[in-house]
Design a protein around this ligand. Structure first.
Ligand SMILES: Cc1cc2nc3c(=O)[nH]c(=O)nc-3n(C[C@H](O)[C@H](O)[C@H](O)COP(=O)(O)OP(=O)(O)OC[C@H]3O[C@@H](n4cnc5c(N)ncnc54)[C@H](O)[C@@H]3O)c2cc1C
Length: 380
């Protein structure tokens, strides 16, 4: 008879890993299924001449919900990930000088919400970076990790998912399934009965945003400013503004180097259009050069990457405990279905799903509490 896992988690990004690490306190009978070669999703480590850093810019606004999300993460890792909260207004470059960024006025970009996240003047300073969170979470995971395994279909019997197909051929059975991949893909992955034609088409047609990122290593120190930069320039074109920030300059082999990380958004449909991607990158560089005329001279390293569908309206109706209404054992953990989105949304979604599975995650490993009424079925 086929092995039945207690939990099958699809996707090993921050969301999937948080759940996988937290559940490992309860059972080792977990399958963590990942399409890529390695875990971590978008929060992976990048080795730069200035040292290891996040895969693109990372910013956590200071808010009650951010603190809640990071407390949850800290509880899983048994360490606090927040060093402090600090305040620094975002800046922009206008009429030959830097000014406090006051908003987009009458001309908000179509991805206003995505960018507005970065314009909060209050931020949380971290003791550990998101690429370190995912590494540590993976260390805490104790089940079976299955890389290069793309879930291509969910199969249901009655109101329960019984198994998934992996890479079009392999079958994996579990009592509970947690989907932490891209919500849009559910239009293809879910069985016909589980999603109405209308919901399926809505899910496919929603607007999703792709992040277009530029990580630069400058061959000299450019600025001491650690403020978030929102650069737009004077021309209003179809390519919108970008957000970016400089990391502290450091000396490497006798030379001062400074890294900076920039990001803008393009619609998911044009992700493959090299002309749009090229234009957007050019615009980012033009804005940096306008503000810091020598910053791009003799760049030590330039890293361009595209992160498809990092946000967007994953408009999917879920039951109160975050399962697909027609499938009582399929929880949807993707950050894009949480009101908060981003890192905070990913963690809050994971926390709510843990609660819905019947677990409250406390800092001390021994005090993880299983609630009396658990909706999850376990074979322990
Ligand atoms: C460049 C960049 C900059 C960002 N900056 C910030 C920031 O400053 N502040 C902030 O709060 N947030 C930021 N974010 C967003 C934040 O990082 C993400 O919202 C969050 O990490 C999402 O985590 P996730 O686990 O939901 O998704 P992901 O990290 O995308 O992980 C999903 C995983 O699921 C796997 N998967 C998907 N489908 C399947 C399948 N069918 N079968 C098997 N595996 C599958 C994928 O391979 C992937 O590994 C940024 C994101 C990017 C890309």
């Amino acid at each position: 008879m086929a092995h039945i896992y207690d939990y099958a988690i699809i996707g090993s990004g921050l969301t999937g890993l948080s759940i996988a690490a937290a559940l490992s306190r309860e059972t080792k009978n977990i399958a963590l299924i990942e399409a890529a070669d390695v875990p971590c999703g978008v929060n992976k480590k990048v080795n730069f001449p200035t040292g290891p850093m996040n895969n693109g810019i990372r910013f956590v606004p200071d808010s009650v919900l951010s603190e809640k999300a990071l407390r949850f993460l800290g509880n899983i890792l048994n360490t606090s990930v927040v060093a402090d909260a600090s305040e620094e207004a975002p800046i922009t470059y206008e009429s030959g000088g830097f000014k406090t960024f006051l908003g987009f006025g009458d001309n908000p970009p179509p991805f206003y919400e995505e960018l507005a996240y970065f314009t909060n003047s209050k931020r949380l300073d971290l003791t550990l970076q998101p690429y370190e969170w995912t590494q540590l979470l993976f260390e805490k995971f104790q089940g079976d990790f299955m890389p290069r395994s793309y879930v291509t279909k969910f199969h249901q019997e009655g109101e329960r998912v019984t198994h998934v197909t992996i890479n079009g051929s392999k079958t994996l059975h579990a009592h509970n399934f947690i989907f932490a991949g891209t919500v849009k893909d559910l239009a293809l992955l879910l069985p016909e009965e589980a999603l109405s034609v209308r919901a399926r088409s809505k899910l496919s047609k929603n607007t999703y945003w792709t992040a277009l990122c530029l990580d630069l290593c400058h061959s000299k120190a450019v600025t001491e400013s650690t403020a978030m930069h929102i650069l737009n320039g004077t021309t209003q074109d179809e390519i919108g503004p970008c957000a970016g920030r400089f990391l502290p300059a450091i000396e490497v082999d006798g030379q001062m180097l400074q890294a900076s990380q920039w990001m803008t958004f393009i619609e998911q449909e044009v992700t493959e259009d090299s002309e749009v991607v090229g234009l957007a990158l050019k615009k980012i560089k033009r804005q940096i050069k306008r503000a810091y005329p020598e910053a791009l001279d003799g760049l030590k390293l330039e890293r361009i990457f595209v992160a498809p569908i990092i946000s967007g309206n994953g408009d999917l109706k879920l039951s109160a405990n975050l399962t697909i209404p027609e499938l009582e054992n399929l929880w949807i953990a993707s950050a894009t279905v949480n009101e908060q989105k981003n890192l905070v949304g990913a963690l809050l979604q994971a926390e709510t799903i843990m609660a819905s599975l019947g677990f409250r995650v406390e800092a001390d490993e021994t005090s993880s509490v299983m609630e009396e009424e658990s909706t999850a079925e376990m074979s322990l």
